[in-house]
Design a protein around this ligand. Structure first.
Ligand code: NAP
Length: 250
């Protein structure tokens, strides 16, 4: 018996990085996986990786900043697999880098729309569906910047702080209805989110901000997401957990 046998899991932003690692691990552990992303190529690649390993998955394109896309996504999951038990709200963007006074307003709007409103819009339709199918859990991907800040990431920092509060509110609201809601705060993880915009020297400097003096791996975040999604975490809700090589302990 695998940890997620008979479970249906939906993961946003699963065409790359952390979302892909979670999707692949969940599938390996028996879940039927709904892979979602705005990036169709990346999303379909994740599905192929899962199918190659004998898992079950399909891709649905959804922009998490749009309420109607979340609705479509949940409906498609239920139509294809007959249920929804686990949702991972992982899709996120880095956004511009500038202090508040110089931060571009459209950049603020976009980061809040994807990284914070996207999580609300997701849970808004996922949780009623999860309840209808007998209960389950939601995992929201925050960040170490859900607890601390950098001077040049006001929108990202505000959104990720918001995700932790939103997670707590939802957890309390549904605690007696067999839905657990938790958030994860990764440190800097080596994914395209970082490699697309940062040069190797900057990545090296960022690695050294962690007591473990390295960047994290997407698979290390996925292992925590697997534990939280499983019944082994049955008394855990409303919590925020770090996978950060000691970053927040400093
Ligand atoms: P990633 O490799 O860039 O993957 C994110 C995926 O989400 C990409 O495929 C991206 O597509 C997609 N996406 C972007 N906007 C979307 C939208 N509106 N709707 C649906 N999908 C969308 O990033 P990652 O590092 O795996 O990050 C995953 C999550 O972890 C994010 O919430 C991020 O904030 C969080 N996190 C990451 C780190 C880190 O250091 N990597 C640290 C802490 C927290 P495009 O590539 O087309 O944009």
């Amino acid at each position: 018996m695998k940890v997620l046998d008979k479970k249906v899991a939906l993961i946003t932003g699963a065409g790359s990085g952390i979302g892909r690692a979670i999707a692949c691990l969940y599938a390996l552990e028996g879940a039927k996986v709904v892979v979602s992303d705005i990036d169709e190529k990346g999303g379909n690649e994740t599905v192929q990786l899962i199918l190659k390993d004998g898992g079950d998955a399909f891709f649905i394109r959804a922009d998490t900043s749009k309420a109607s896309d979340h609705q479509k996504l949940v409906e498609a999951s239920i139509q294809k697999y007959g249920a929804l038990h686990i949702a991972v709200n992982n899709a996120g963007i880095g956004g511009p880098l500038a202090p508040v006074g110089e931060y571009p307003i459209p950049g603020w709007d976009q980061v809040i729309a994807v990284n914070l409103t996207g999580v609300f819009l997701g849970m808004h339709v996922q949780i009623p569906a999860i309840i209808k199918h007998g209960g389950g859990n939601v995992i929201n991907i925050s960040s170490i910047l859900g607890k601390v800040a950098t001077a040049t990431s006001p929108a990202y920092t505000a959104a990720k702080h918001g995700v932790i509060g939103l997670t707590e509110s939802a957890a309390i609201a549904y605690a007696t209805q067999n839905v657990r809601v938790n958030s994860i705060g990764p440190g800097y993880i080596l994914t395209p989110l970082l490699t697309k915009t940062l040069d190797p020297a900057t990545l090296g400097a960022i690695a050294n901000l962690h007591p473990m003096a390295r960047l994290g791996k997407a698979s290390e975040v996925a292992e925590l997401a697997l534990f939280l999604a499983s019944d082994k975490a049955s008394f855990i809700t409303g919590s925020y957990f770090n996978v950060d090589g000691g970053y927040l302990a400093q």
